[in-house]
Write a protein that binds this ligand. Sequence first.
Ligand SMILES: Nc1ncnc2c1ncn2[C@@H]1O[C@H](COP(=O)(O)OP(=O)(O)OP(=O)(O)O)[C@@H](O)[C@H]1O
Length: 248
Amino acid sequence: MSEGVVFSEVWKTYERELGTVSQPALRGVSFSVRHGETLGLIGANGAGKSTCIRLLMDFIRPDRGSITLDGRSPAESALRHDIGYLPEIASFPSSLTILDMLRFVGATHRLPKATIAEQSERWLRTLDLWEARKRPIRTFSKGMQQRASFVLALVHDPSLLILDEPMSGLDPIGRASIGNLIHDLKGQGKTILFCTHILEDVDRLADRLLILHKGEKRFEGTSAELAATFNVPSIVEGFLKAIEVNAP
Ligand SMILES: Nc1ncnc2c1ncn2[C@@H]1O[C@H](COP(=O)(O)OP(=O)(O)OP(=O)(O)O)[C@@H](O)[C@H]1O
C-alpha cells in the first residue's frame, strides 16, 4: 500500500473577491504523512495550514498538483469513514446532547447501534464527559466542547486523524488533557496531522514537522533536523529562521 497522505506540488488560489487581488494560498506544496506518523503543521497566520486541511477533507479542490490518501483521491466518499476530523471551531446544534450527536454521527458512518453505544461510552469515559452525556452541549465549557468534538471524531475508530488547532483556546489543564489524548492515539498507531500555533505541542507530540510560510513549504523534517539545518537549539528559533529564509 502506498504511504498515507501525499501532497504533490499543490497549488491553490481562492476566488478573488471584488476589488482584491488573490495571492495563491498554497504555492507548489509537497509533503507526506506516513502511516502511524504524527505530523505537526505550523506557520504564521495565513501560511496555508487550514487550506491544506480543507483540501484533504475535500471541502475545496486544488488548482494544480495532486493529493492522495493511501493512493486514493480525497473526493472518494468511502474515505470519510476512515478519517476523524476535528474542526478549528466546533459548532453544535444548541439543544442536542453529546449522546444525540454521537447517534447521528455514528449513523452517518453506518455503524451498528450496539457499536455506537459501546464506542460512545468508551470515549465519553476516556474524555471525562460521561456524567455530562445528557446535558445540552451548549452548556459545556470550551474545554468540554473540545473534548466532545474529539469524541465525535473518534467514534468510528478512524485510522487517520486531521486536527485543526486541537489545543486552541484551552487552559493549561485542557491542553494537557488533549495532549495526553493525542499521545495515546499515537500509541494506538493512528496517523495524525495536526496544525497549531503552539510550538511546544509540536515539539512534544509530532514525529516530524512541516513549516509553511505565505503558502510555501519552508521545512519538513524532525525537530532535530530543524535544529541542525538552522544551527539553533530550539524549535522556536528554528521556526523563526525557517520563515526568514528567502523572505521577500
Ligand atoms: N475562503 C477564503 N477566501 C479567500 N481567501 C482565503 C480564504 N480562506 C483563506 N484565504 C486566504 O488564504 C491564505 C491562507 O489561509 P489559511 O486559512 O490556509 O491560513 P492558516 O495558516 O490556516 O492561517 P491561520 O493560522 O490564521 O488560521 C490567507 O492569505 C487567507 O487570507
